[in-house]
Design a protein around this ligand. Structure first.
Ligand code: AHG
Ligand code: MN
Ligand code: MN
Length: 319
């Protein structure tokens, strides 16, 4: 049996351009380094919070800051990248070069799970830009999107918009192809939502979850399971691998902010992956990928995963 292709070998034929290939190599190097830091963080004095609050109003963990710094360090070494947008940076960071690309990232997603050794991740999105003024683009314009999941193994999941590939990090620091052309099953009986927010939900979300809870005795006509890890990366990885639906809808508490999750570096890259894998990604009222951002930290309702399930809740929103 031939050994799996390395990420670099795979990119030779799969990447749309040498520049994009180089950008993915840069991001993969950042993710590999973050994965390494996470492995021994609890005994390296890196657990716990800082006394800083980011622009989201969330207290930064030490590892949020470390992961952000690792992204910046790697991105500075790639002359094609002009701008970095990050959850942990109030403003877009302008790198001192004239590169034609911008990266948006969530350097460490699910950081509330760090203290309990549960999978966390990094999410990234790649855009072409002429100048700094161009960064507010809808997700449909992404040239690439993906995430790294730091779990029992470190996975890199990547799409250039037409298919989804999964790589696993070896002990030698090299990512190797694990799965190509991943498809999300159209039908599923597993849903992911923070059900403690029930009282804040809108009528469509309540109706959808009520149908799921009713199982074979209700309108859905089948029994469901619920899974909620609280790391978007981990929840989406499960859905990419075996189907399901992830929901972080607009609710009465997140209404003023426009939702919980961020459009440019959480929702859009995940929507790109899910659609490229044959799934659907919706705000409840339309494709996430068509939403024009009005700010780099804009929030958005997120409903994505198996096509049939997304269609069922979209139908409830139309009622
Ligand atoms: P982050 O750690 O980057 O701020 O993102 C956390 C997000 C996402 O990972 C997860 O799906 C969601 O927040 C969990 O929200 P709740 O704590 O409301 O369940
Ligand atoms: Mn996040
Ligand atoms: Mn984060």
């Amino acid at each position: 049996m031939s050994s799996p292709k390395t990420l670099s070998q795979w990119l030779e034929t799969a990447a749309p351009s040498p520049a994009l290939s180089g950008i993915i190599v840069t991001i993969a190097a950042a993710c590999a380094e973050i994965g390494g830091v996470l492995r021994t963080a609890p005994t390296d004095g890196l657990a716990g919070a800082t006394d800083h609050t980011n622009i989201q109003g969330e207290t930064q963990k030490q590892l949020d800051v470390v992961s952000n710094d690792i992204f910046i360090k790697h991105i500075r070494q790639n002359v094609d990248i002009q701008i970095l947008v990050s959850e942990e940076l109030d403003e877009a960071l302008h790198i001192e070069n004239q590169g034609g690309y911008a990266i948006a990232c969530d350097p460490l997603d699910g950081s509330s799970n760090l203290d309990v050794n549960v999978t966390v991740g990094s999410i990234f999105s790649v855009l072409a830009i002429q100048s700094a003024a161009d960064i507010l683009q809808p997700g449909s314009k992404q040239l690439a999107g993906g995430y790294a999941a730091y779990g029992p193994s470190t996975s890199l999941v990547l799409s250039f918009g037409t298919s989804v590939a999964v790589f696993t990090l070896g002990n030698d620091g090299v990512f190797r192809l694990d799965k190509d052309n991943v498809k999300v099953p159209a039908a599923s009986a597993e849903y992911a939502i923070n059900a403690a927010r029930y009282r804040f939900w809108d009528a469509a979300t309540k109706a959808y979850v009520d149908q799921n809870v009713a199982g074979e005795t209700g309108a859905a006509g089948k029994r469901f399971n619920m899974r909620w890890i609280g790391s978007m990366v981990a929840d989406i990885h499960r859905i990419l691998m075996r189907g399901g639906i992830f929901l972080y809808p607009l609710d009465s508490e997140t209404l003023a902010k426009g939702g919980r999750l961020r459009l440019m570096y959480e929702a859009s890259p995940m929507a790109l992956l899910i659609e490229a894998a044959g799934g659907a990604a919706s705000t409840g009222h339309g494709r996430i990928l068509e939403v024009q951002p009005n700010g780099i930290h804009q929030r958005i309702p997120v409903i994505l995963g198996s096509r049939d399930e997304v269609a069922r809740i979209e139908a409830l929103y139309r009622q």
